[in-house]
Design a protein around this ligand. Structure first.
Ligand code: CA
Length: 228
């Protein structure tokens, strides 16, 4: 898959000149992206309104509104993949970013090659997710095209990560998925402290689906969807 073939720009939001230059040059020359580089969240949001953007690389520390707020505002109207750049190797920043809808993060300092690999991985996931339009098990039906979930015909409101997590369980009925595997499949990363994010989302799904037995905890192993 090349970025060039499918169109749409990569929007880079970074106020640091040397990082911005390095990332822009690498992604343009190595991966063929058309990189639109903006230094503030406000400018980035107006770019998003003005042209098709295929992926956003978003720094957290920005002048004006910060990266978290930019992410929230993007998610209010768009599912474009977002990779956040975290200044420190701190879990709270990562979890906060992922909770508000970022798809992945890269901790500074990072190599452009590492960032490039993360971008390719999230685009692969986004594209493979487009495949089965309808998934179902028990009384749950999930429709990817309309982004709807119903339980026994009643619509249920899920956040975007809850939706992706449910889709992941429905794609693997009866199979035990470890927390690490779920993190990788749904959030696109593996880090030791992050698995509680999975537990929080599973608890929310059980509550919203009104079916505590549907997603079973397998002690010491992870979770599995009980198909019927
Ligand atoms: Ca910054």
């Amino acid at each position: 898959m090349t970025a060039r073939a499918t169109g749409g720009a990569l929007l880079l939001v970074e106020d640091d000149d040397s990082i911005g230059r390095l990332v822009k040059q690498y992604l343009e020359q190595q991966d063929g992206w058309r990189v639109v580089w903006r230094r503030t969240g406000e400018d980035a949001l107006s770019e998003l309104r003005g042209q098709p953007v295929r992926v956003v690389v978003l720094d957290i520390g920005l002048p004006g509104i910060d990266g978290f707020e930019v992410c929230r505002r993007i998610r209010a109207g768009s599912k474009v993949p977002i990779v956040m750049l975290t200044a420190r190797d701190e879990e709270p920043d990562r979890v906060a970013g992922l909770e508000i809808g970022a798809d992945d993060y890269v901790s500074k300092p990072f190599s452009p090659r590492e960032l490039s690999a993360r971008i390719k991985a999230i685009l692969r996931r986004a594209e493979s997710r487009a495949e089965d339009a309808v998934l179902a098990a028990r009384e749950v039906v999930l429709r990817r095209d309309s982004h709807e979930v119903t339980v026994a015909g009643e619509q249920v409101e899920l956040t975007s990560k809850e939706f992706d997590l449910l889709a992941c369980f429905l794609e693997h009925p009866g199979i035990v998925l470890s927390r690490e595997r779920l993190l990788d499949l749904v959030w696109g990363m593996t880090y030791p402290g992050g698995t509680r994010t999975v537990d929080v989302h599973v608890a929310q799904l059980r509550r919203k689906l009104g079916d505590p037995e549907g997603i079973r905890t397998v002690r010491g192993a992870g979770y599995k969807l009980v198909p019927a």
